[in-house]
Design a protein around this ligand. Structure first.
Ligand code: GAR
Length: 218
């Protein structure tokens, strides 16, 4: 069974969505470890509550960013992790980790990439004035939110939206498409060619999610 290592920096609601998907049997995988760079992260409590090992690893305690990611990679490899999931991990991961997990690190980003990479994606979308935004699950390469796109969901942006209201609307879809993308990986259905990810046996309108409410369990 696929072993997942989760990296998170804060609240961990995406981490929780993954835990829930495993619990219900929707996702046939095991969350092996949570690693956080923030000792105050609420994600640690979620790990504790669910019997998942939680490690606090802070970059400041390492000689350089590369040695930090070497240490993180060691912990993941030691536990037999086959997929690394960045669930609100607010750092750009580096080569020592990426090299050990080629096309096996996934990130969720709260915008329709390649629009609005980096921090405060929802605020960027509002300031730019786009009418549709959303979220993206992608494989991680060395750039900032530049890796191959796996799945996206679109939501409307309304004139009276605030960063909070848009974030909330997008988050609901994050919690749906992230477990789904991980499930596709666990089922061996993701094929990466260059920067294009093909979903084997793609179900149209399910594998590309456009705003209307999804059926429960999707
Ligand atoms: C999520 O909205 C996620 O997409 C975003 O941080 C939030 C974490 O929430 N990630 C990024 O912006 C990465 N660039 P969570 O801790 O409740 O999952």
């Amino acid at each position: 069974m696929l072993k997942i290592g989760v990296l998170a920096s804060g609240r961990g609601s995406n981490f929780q969505a993954i835990i829930n998907a495993v619990k219900t049997g929707y996702l046939k995988a095991r969350v092996e470890v949570l690693i956080t760079d923030n000792s105050a992260a609420y994600a640690i409590k979620r790990a504790d509550d669910n019997g998942i090992a939680g490690l606090v690893m802070r970059p400041a305690d390492y000689a350089s960013p590369d040695t930090y990611y070497e240490a993180v990679a060691d912990e993941l490899v030691k536990r037999g992790v086959g997929l690394v999931v960045l669930a609100g991990f607010m750092r750009v991961v580096r080569k020592p980790l990426i090299d050990l997990f080629p096309m096996s690190i996934m990130n969720i980003h709260p915008a329709l990439l390649p629009s609005f990479p980096g921090l405060h994606a929802q605020r960027q979308a509002i300031s730019y004035g786009v009418k549709i935004s959303g979220c993206t699950v992608h494989f991680v390469d060395e750039g900032m939110d530049t890796g191959p796109v796996i799945i996206q969901a679109a939501v409307p942006v309304y004139c009276d939206d605030t960063e909070e209201s848009l974030s909330e609307r997008i988050l609901e879809y994050e919690h749906r498409i992230f477990p789904y993308a991980i499930r596709l990986f666990a089922e061996g259905r993701l094929e990466v060619k260059g920067r294009v990810v093909r979903i084997q046996g793609q179900v149209k309108d399910k594998d590309v999610v456009v705003n209307p409410p999804l059926a429960k369990g999707d």
